[in-house]
Design a protein around this ligand. Structure first.
Ligand SMILES: Cc1ncc(COP(=O)(O)O)c(C=O)c1O
Length: 398
């Protein structure tokens, strides 16, 4: 059955929350996808920074199949082996001592918000996040998200979420009240246009938290797990949070999230205070264990950094060649954005659409930049192919 027929069937039954490309994807391998018409795509979206090891990585697929044939679900009324192994790996390779398992980024962030509040005690419930941030689509994470377009129509939102102007530590400090319990931010804003937070700015935020007795929460749902060339983006920035959330790349496509923190802070969540039926499901956890083993192997993160250097150079060439459309490159590791000029921004959606037609998948983040989040295993030849197609599309617009 063709893409068009699948799309018709889908459009008959789904609530229209997504503006989908007119393709039904049926198969993936590495950095390639195939649709129902048999068309091949070069994937620089990776399920929105999820399939970091590429589609259907053989070792992850093997781990999923093995676990699916052994034990699929028992709830968190019991211990399960993959979940323990996963938590051990996360603790061994991060600042954290304790882990709570969830199913998604928003759910991991909900856990972080609840922990910050309960740990800080009665009356201390306000959380300051940043303008332009994105933290998820549940009501609390929508409220934490610093973009009005995600709030509209869903008011009244949960109380206690305050947004500070991006880039100025004093703007955050001015918003602190006796009710404030935490500062919540992404080390690099992905959804609003690939905006990195500079080390000095993050250092100043850490300092504010220390001086005012606030918790620092890093949302590493998109930046975590190798995406920026380190296991966690904050490691490159010299700033350690008190709480960190992960999701996206953790299961390489299986839904799993995690909230990590220190022993002392974790003690505030006791039996019955928070839970998830599926959180840390054995099959998703088995996938995540394999993901971490692969990412922690010698040379993996170094190769992400080397690929990133090559990709940045190639994107800078594009920016230099098309100054009318693009003004520069920003981001870290393989979370990169080609910043568009005003004229480029007008064409942003057309560029994404034409690349799609040419068999290349990217997206337009924050209506500002062309965002590239390929699998971390992308080759230089695949980057060259993307650049070639991008230049062809830009030539067509000139
Ligand atoms: C930084 C960040 N936090 C949270 C989320 C929400 O994650 P999920 O869609 O898994 O709930 C996202 C998703 O894009 C994200 O980029």
């Amino acid at each position: 059955m063709s893409n068009a027929k699948w799309a018709d069937r889908g459009n008959e039954v789904f609530i229209g929350t997504y503006n989908r490309f007119p393709a039904a994807m049926v198969k993936g391998s590495g950095c390639r996808l195939w649709d129902a018409d048999g068309k091949e795509y070069l994937d620089f979206l990776a399920g929105i920074a999820v399939c970091s090891l590429g589609h259907c990585h053989p070792r992850v697929t093997e781990a999923i199949c093995r676990q699916a044939g052994t034990l699929v679900h028992v709830s968190n009324l019991f211990h399960t082996l993959p979940q323990i192994e996963l938590a051990e790996l996360l603790v061994a390779h991060s600042f954290a001592d304790r882990v709570f398992m969830a199913n998604s980024g928003a759910e991991a962030n909900e856990a972080a918000i609840k922990l910050a509040r309960i740990h800080s005690g009665p009356g201390k419930f306000e959380i300051i996040s940043l303008a332009g941030s994105f933290h998820g689509r549940t009501l609390a994470t929508v409220a934490a998200t610093g973009q009005a377009k995600f709030h509209q129509g869903f008011e009244p939102l949960p109380l206690g979420f305050i947004h500070a102007e991006f880039g100025d530590p004093q703007a955050i400090e001015r918003l602190i009240t006796p009710q404030t319990c935490a500062i919540f931010c992404e080390p690099l804003q992905g959804e609003s246009g690939v905006r990195p937070l500079e080390p000095a700015y993050l250092g100043a935020i850490r300092d504010i938290c220390d001086r005012h007795g606030l918790l620092l929460i890093f949302d590493e749902v998109q930046t975590g797990l190798g995406r920026t060339g380190a296991l966690f983006a904050h490691e490159q920035l010299g700033v350690t949070p008190d709480i960190m959330t992960l999701a996206k790349a953790l299961g390489n496509g299986l839904p799993i999230g995690a909230m990590l923190t220190t022993e002392k802070i974790a003690a505030s969540l006791v039996a019955g205070s928070h839970a998830s039926t599926f959180g840390g499901n054995p099959v998703a956890a088995a996938a995540a264990v394999e993901v971490l083993r692969i990412m922690l192997a010698d040379g993996f993160l170094e190769s992400v950094r080397a690929t990133s250097r090559y990709f940045v150079e190639r994107l800078e060439e594009v920016a230099a060649r098309y100054p009318r459309l693009a003004s520069g490159v920003r981001g870290r590791g393989l979370l990169l954005g080609l910043v568009l000029t005003e004229q480029g921004i007008e064409q942003g959606l057309v560029i994404v659409q034409r690349l799609f037609e040419a068999g290349v998948l990217i997206n337009f983040a924050g209506n500002l930049v062309l965002r590239f989040v390929p699998p971390l295993v992308v080759s230089t030849e695949e980057i060259d192919l993307l650049i070639e197609k991008l230049c062809q599309v830009f030539d067509g617009l000139a």
